[in-house]
Design a protein around this ligand. Sequence first.
Ligand SMILES: [Zn+2]
Length: 252
Amino acid sequence: MAERILKIVNVLFEKCIMPPMWKQKILTVMLAISVLGGMSLYFYEEMAPTVSRGQYVWRFLSDPSSDGILRAGSRCGTSPFLFPTDGLVGFIWDDSFRPGHRHQGIDIFAGTDVGVTPVMVAYPGYLSREAGWKSSLIVRVPQDPLQPGRQIWVYYTHMADAAGNSFISSQFPPGTSDQFVEAGTLLGYQGNYSGDPGNPVGVHLHISIVKDDGFGHYTNELDIRNTYDPSPYFGLALNAHQNTEEIPTCQP
Ligand SMILES: [Zn+2]
């Protein structure tokens, strides 16, 4: 890029008599313009949809209303998954919260305090909770309803308060392994635990659909490449590249 700009400057000014310092200044300004342009383009393409949805979430959390709220246990059209909790889908799959970040799931905001809004199983499967998990659960689904023969995992998190006091149902203590759960089973309540005590998130449920590693274990959920676009599972527009600014609502 820099070479190209240098070439252009040379072509533009090769016949001009100009002190070398001027040329250097012009080059610096052109470089700055191209860097700023690149950054703006990146921001526009990657982060603008999230900022737009973020403003909506901020308004909702400051003054919660029922506008845009989806209900726990409802199903959009013929989608295989139930909606797992009451709330507004504030952020979706592949939203970007900071440069380089790609959101691996969806965030559902109840607009209530912590420990109030129930979270339920979206699709039946086998539930596990690792020994150290304060706010998270994962459900193994042996047959992906959209692609039978493929095993997937459904991950639920933020079900604890800011200090990490768990809101997960006593039915699923730490160490629970491969326990069958029906769709609609109560898992716990929305919370704001971020994994870092004292640095809470807004009260919400984060849910994501995680790939299997091919050996019967889930992959690292923190990397979006290990997750699936949840749109067809919920029958909602949950892909930030297709839904660039709207709050998803059910339009069967
Ligand atoms: Zn999230």
